[in-house]
Design a protein. Structure first.
Length: 643
């Protein structure tokens, strides 16, 4: 049935008296049709010429970016200007259009009225007057000043400049066909780093960076990090570590720490066998004032971490997974990208069905590369795997919702808080995807008698066209075919099963196949204890609770003992067995209940209401750990070895 016939059949069905009737005397409106007046993107050169973008980022006290943009035009008449909506790396329509203010368009020295599109509110219609050669656009992008407004992108000492937030672009063209040249001015004394080359100068206005002309697709993919306190460490001839911090003492990295980052670059290049950038910059912000971030780009990454990233190195193992993950994306996600995810501009909707490769395998390689480089120890990496496997081993949502459906979550929920994540699911294509790829690695090893592994897939799939930082798209069938080229097997059937199955245990068996099985012990690992320092008290695997430092429940596991007692997110735990709440007391109560028939008694508060609850749990403390199976080096041992 054609689309038009299908729509017609729906209209006939809706009008059929057998299916629906309008009560006598009631009005019965008909819908106003949607009319798309925005031209579809075409793969042709933008005829107007090069856009000039001037960003004043000096108002760091109030967090206001002042934007002036000159858009050359080739003809008069109707034109649509677009604000980027569907953002790569976010996998969803998260452009912050609500933060655009003061928009004025001029031509020939006069104001040109604009009208926002009533269907696509990211589009602005203007009528270019006769004789005009350019549009002069000005507006402000107003950064969040509190966390509840969104990510804070300006502080007195740091600026995160994302070109997609400070520019409009003409509709009707692939963004790679629109040339643009940006100039950014930061406060005096600031330095800046980004993927697009720039000339630096000083002026009365501040610290000025004039960037080379590029195309709009690349510019949006090339954020700039600037700050008062910054330092650059070359990690290889092509890769820099650019770090900016709230204060200069936070930049006190040791040579050993920098060497670990150098090994990360070396191990990634050896693993994938190619480099898909001419130059790459880790744009690292160490701050508790600038909004946190972890966002991939082809020739850079935005990596927001703790102020004590270097200065309290031994306590920060969990935080050091960010850079390996985002670096991997240069190969997986930026260069190789799901065909249904790639779009010609930032208006076309993205389809996220292959995020289990884009993010799942990136998550897989992030942990492998942190261990291979020594950025994180092998034992801490094993303990991180245990925490991941334990989480899914205890989450019941796989009973009803399959893995591939979670690839829709960036669009469905856009990381808004959820009440029952363990039952609703979230972006599980990251870590459950990791476990699927661990199983693939184990199967490749077993079926090849130990001669093949997922490293062979990495080189075959990502290690092509060295130096190319365009996008090479793929389909599900391409993934399966590449695996079949390594070891012949029904990989399409296997992957389809893992992606669509429900009512089955979590796919933790890949660890056991590779020499380590998931077990639970009474004592947490050192890595798990480190996670608790930032997340709060984690008794997920016993009571089914995560509790923050103030005693407020931040997670309650569906169908757990805590769930059955009526505890949800936001519940305040005030007392444990007749004493005031503390992390130590609730853990002691769990231990004591193992040898007692008495339940654990909690005094909880929700709003103004208090309740006395009894949790009848006697299983004792339970913490996930990977236990080695057999002797010698198993598949996981070999996987984590440096190349």
């Amino acid at each position: 049935m054609t689309a038009k016939l299908f729509v017609a059949s729906l209209l006939v069905s809706a009008a059929s008296p057998a299916l629906a009737q309008v009560p006598a005397g009631n009005t019965a409106p008909q819908p106003v049709p949607f009319v798309d007046t925005i031209p579809e993107a075409q793969d042709v050169a933008y005829p107007g010429g090069t856009i000039r973008l001037d960003v004043d980022a000096t108002d760091t006290e109030r967090g206001i970016f002042q934007v002036k943009e000159t858009i050359p035009v080739a003809k008069s008449g109707p034109m649509a200007l677009l604000f980027p909506k569907w953002l790569p790396g976010n996998h969803s329509p998260t452009g912050q259009i609500e933060k655009v203010a003061g928009l004025v368009v001029r031509a020939n020295g006069r104001v040109v009225p604009w009208t926002r599109d009533p269907v696509d509110v990211f589009a602005f219609h203007v009528d270019v007057p006769a004789g005009a050669k350019r549009l002069d656009v000005s507006f402000q992008f107003i950064s969040a000043t509190k966390g509840d407004q969104g990510r804070i992108t300006m502080t007195p000492n740091l600026v995160s400049l994302q070109p997609n937030s400070v520019s409009l672009y003409p509709a009707g063209y692939f963004t790679r066909q629109i040339p643009i040249q940006m100039t950014a001015t930061f406060p005096a004394g600031f330095t800046a780093a980004g993927a697009v080359p720039a000339k630096h100068s000083q002026s009365a206005a501040g610290s000025v960076y004039t960037y080379d002309t590029t195309n709009y697709e690349i510019l949006v993919d090339s954020p700039v990090l600037a700050g008062r306190y910054g330092k650059v460490w070359p990690l290889s001839p092509k890769v820099n570590l650019d770090v900016f911090a709230d204060s200069p003492e936070q930049l006190a990295a040791t040579p050993e720490q920098i060497d670990a980052h150098k090994r990360l670059v070396d191990q990634a290049v050896k693993t994938f066998g190619a480099q898909h950038y001419d130059h790459y910059d880790f744009l690292v912000s160490l701050s508790d004032q600038l909004g946190g971030i972890g966002l991939e780009h082809h020739r850079s990454s935005e990596d927001g971490s703790r102020p004590n990233y270097f200065t309290e190195w031994d306590q920060n193992a969990p935080a050091r997974n960010l850079l390996p993950h985002e670096f991997t994306h240069s190969w997986d996600g930026k260069f190789r990208r799901g065909a249904d995810l790639w779009t010609p501009d930032f208006r076309a909707p993205m389809r996220d069905s292959l995020l289990w490769v884009y993010e799942g395998q990136t998550q897989f390689w992030g942990y492998v590369l942190q261990a291979r480089s020594g950025l994180v120890s092998k034992q801490d990496t094993l303990d991180a795997y245990a925490a991941i496997a334990g989480n899914y081993d205890n989450a019941p949502a796989r009973q009803w919702r399959d893995l591939v459906d979670t690839t829709n979550d960036p669009i469905i929920s856009q990381r808004r808080p959820k009440g029952w994540t363990s039952w609703q699911r979230s972006e599980d294509y990251y870590n459950e995807g990791l476990m699927v790829w661990m199983e693939v690695d184990a199967m490749l090893r077993q079926k090849s008698g130990g001669t093949k592994s997922i490293d062979d897939f990495a080189r075959a799939f990502f290690g092509v066209r060295d130096g190319d930082y365009g996008e090479l798209t793929y389909t599900f069938d391409d993934v399966a075919a590449t695996l079949n080229g390594i070891v012949s097997y029904d990989w399409a059937g296997f992957l389809n099963r893992r992606l669509t199955e429900t009512g089955q245990p979590a796919p933790v068996n890949g660890f056991a196949m590779n020499g380590y099985k998931l077990v639970y012990t009474a004592e947490p690992t050192k890595y798990f204890t480190g996670l608790e320092k930032t997340r709060g008290t984690d008794v997920t695997y016993s009571l089914g609770l995560m509790i923050n430092k103030e005693g407020e429940v931040s997670a309650s596991i569906w169908d757990s003992p805590a769930f059955k007692a009526g505890i949800d997110i936001g519940t305040q735990i005030q007392g444990v067995n007749g004493e005031a709440f503390s992390p130590e007391r609730i853990k002691a109560a769990i231990l004591a209940a193992k040898t007692s028939k008495e339940p654990i008694h909690l005094l909880v508060k929700n709003g103004t209401r208090f309740r006395d609850l009894a949790i009848d749990y006697h299983g004792g403390p339970r913490y996930p750990r990977l236990q080695k199976v057999g002797n010698g080096d198993g598949g996981l041992d070999k996987l984590l070895m440096p190349r």
